[in-house]
Design a binder for this molecule. Sequence first.
Ligand SMILES: Cc1cc2nc3c(=O)[nH]c(=O)nc-3n(C[C@H](O)[C@H](O)[C@H](O)COP(=O)(O)OP(=O)(O)OC[C@H]3O[C@@H](n4cnc5c(N)ncnc54)[C@H](O)[C@@H]3O)c2cc1C
Length: 454
Amino acid sequence: MQEQLPSSISFYKVKTMSINTEIPKHCDVLVIGGGPAGSSVAALLAKKGVDVVLLEKASHPRPQVGESLIPHFWKYADQTGVSPLLEQEGFVAKAGGITVWNDTISRIAFSEFGFTRPALHVERDVFDQLLLKHAESLSVQVFQQVAVQEAELGSDFPKVSYLDRRGGDTHVGSIACRYVVDASGPSAVLAGQFKSKQLIDSRMRFLSLWGYFKNSRFVAADGRSYPAEDIGKVRPVTFVTSFEDGWIWHIAMRKLTSVGLVINTDRARAMDKEGRERFFLNTLKSAPYLDRLLKNAEYVDGSFCERPDYSYYSTKLCGENFYCIGDAASFVDPIYSHGVLNAFYNASMTALAVSESLKNPAYRARYAQLCENRIRQFYGFSRSLALGEFGGDGVDAKLVQRFMRQVPPVELELMLAASSMSERSENFHRLVRDAKLDLNPARAGAHLMDELLF
Ligand SMILES: Cc1cc2nc3c(=O)[nH]c(=O)nc-3n(C[C@H](O)[C@H](O)[C@H](O)COP(=O)(O)OP(=O)(O)OC[C@H]3O[C@@H](n4cnc5c(N)ncnc54)[C@H](O)[C@@H]3O)c2cc1C
């Protein structure tokens, strides 16, 4: 089963970016991939005066799933300086989340946590292009339609080879650098090279099927449903409903609604692609409340996508001259919208480690180790939220608890409240309990509701 993405599903386009012609032969830092992780690490390093080249296989705007962002992502957007661009774009501000999990309806509203800036529902092709454009405006040299093939890391000046597909022809080239940052998402170029990618325990291995709808009703924080045309007037919530061993998301954006389901990989193995699309659409029709939200909605033909076997982590993340970040490092089930946040956090830690290593090369192994610990901490944090069990591999509970002690209490309270909305987070609750953190108990839970109103 291959991942399939439609050529573009967004109604919103930002101006096509300029195309640099010559790819340099040398740079300080070579970033692979221009998603949230790559664009952010490149922007942060460029702000510190580092000479950065970013190679991106696709041509932005490129389709991408993962449209729900939680409110603390803004602190990373502020760090790179991209916040004004995001604010001007006018993405949908969301009010919170509502889940129907095994017949229990729970609700959280971000306003109750005192966040002053909104969470967002974003068209990811537009969002990611803005991040990349911002990096370019900070003097990152961005080259699109250039796919990295491999990196030779054996010397102090790694050599990265690529296929340059600009202008219709394909040229082979290479660039020497001091550090390689792999932010190539699920392609995980370096983990592929290292053979360090591990799939986690099969009981927790999921695949996702999703598509886009026009004119869907949406749910707001008051538990009522509203017609699509109210999206600019009433803030939606991310609506999630459980079914059998999986769950379904409903994310209302400006013109389209992203709807997807997550199931255990084994469930769909025997189906072909058409069968999976049929299964996807039939499941939506029978899911509680979702059937009514989508009753008069129009499915965008050709928008069906899938991502198989997506729960993994790499056992080798940072070394003296390389860093693997974002989805190129690990991925867990996205139930708590942690993917983009993880990409931003990894980018922030890596920019610090790389810039310090450039200043003090004698300490670069130490910086790499510290950074790897941080990346693993965040991964463990996300995984304890998203999965009912750790499965014993890839997570160090003590590291996660150390991370919990550093997270601002309000962010932890929000995640505690969110985690009480599913039956996946017993590990998370146990870790918080054992870490004996000083949290506000009034905020660390979700509100229960009897029904949603249509
Ligand atoms: C079904 C699903 C739902 C999700 N929902 C959410 C959500 O609601 N909220 C959330 O926060 N996260 C969500 N996520 C996760 C989120 O989308 C990812 O975590 C996030 O995109 C990771 O960013 P990244 O920069 O690491 O990787 P990506 O966004 O994948 O970017 C990687 C980039 O690298 C480029 N690339 C790949 N190979 C090469 C190469 N060889 N050379 C050069 N460039 C290359 C790609 O073209 C791409 O642009 C979801 C994920 C899935 C699968």
